[in-house]
Every structure is written in C-alpha cells, then in structure tokens.
Design a protein around this ligand. Structure first.
Ligand code: GCU
Length: 136
C-alpha cells in the first residue's frame, strides 16, 4: 500500500501558517514554518500494530540552504536533512525510519535552525509488513 497520509495543514502547527501560494501541494495547502528555531508541525499517527515504519515527508525548499528538521516520534528524536529542491513549487520526499507503538503516536517535525523548516505538504506512514494480497 501507499501508506496512510496525513496532511500537514491538518496537523498541529506551532509557529507556522497554512498557505497555498506555491503549486504542486496535495490537499488544501502546505505549512510554511516560521523562520525560527523550534517552529514545528505535530502529527498524530495511528498504527494498527507496533513496529518500524517509514515516515515520508513531502516538502519544498526553494532556497539553496538545507533546513534540517528534528523528527521526534514518541519522544525519541533524529535529525533529517531537507535540502533545497530548486523551487518552492518543486516538491520532493525525504524519509526516516522510526518505531511506532500500536495505537496513537506523536510525530513532531521541528526546525533546528533559525531558517525554520521547509514548506511541508504531508506525511505518509508505511508500516513494514507482509506484501499485499494480490487480488484477481
Ligand atoms: C518564501 C516562500 C515561502 C517560504 C519562505 C521561507 O517567502 O514564499 O513559501 O516558506 O520563503 O523561506 O521559509
């Protein structure tokens, strides 16, 4: 499966705004992080079972400067690079692996530099598991 999708504009936003002025986003728009350290988008992710998941962030960064995010899942954190994509209308994906609990999980993506985060479109969560059943 493609995984469960969570739109950034539906998440809990701390120091950021929902915008739609750069084409190519999915859903109703994207989150423009304030250009400050600590601006953040927090998702509640539901998992049927505990285990490792791939968290894929769809983003744009129209600058040439990396905008790393601290990806915190249920408290533990890892830093992920979000380098320039060439334009604010050019959207790319960056993925991390994290362990999820069964049930609700908190996934927080917080800016680690004064530039803030990239523009964030959505999070897709894919849980590792058996292959899809092939349907006739
Ligand atoms: C520009 C751009 C925004 C972006 C911002 C930034 O203003 O239009 O979408 O979020 O730069 O540097 O973060």
């Amino acid at each position: 499966p493609g995984g469960n999708e969570y739109q950034a504009e539906d998440a809990t936003i701390t120091q950021g705004v929902v915008e739609s002025n750069h084409a190519g986003f999915t859903g109703r728009g994207f989150v423009n992080y304030d250009n400050v350290t600590g601006s953040a988008v927090e998702f509640t992710v539901n998992a049927a079972t505990a285990g490792n998941a791939t968290l894929t962030f769809r983003y744009a960064n129209g600058t040439t400067v990396n905008r790393p995010l601290s990806i915190s899942v249920n408290g533990g954190a890892q830093t992920k690079d979000f380098p320039g994509t060439g334009a604010w209308t050019t959207w790319q994906e960056a993925s991390v692996t994290a362990a999820l609990n069964a049930g609700a999980n908190t996934v927080r993506a917080g800016a680690t530099t004064a530039n803030g985060g990239p523009n964030l479109d959505r999070l897709t969560v894919s849980v590792a598991g058996p292959p899809d059943t092939v349907k006739p």
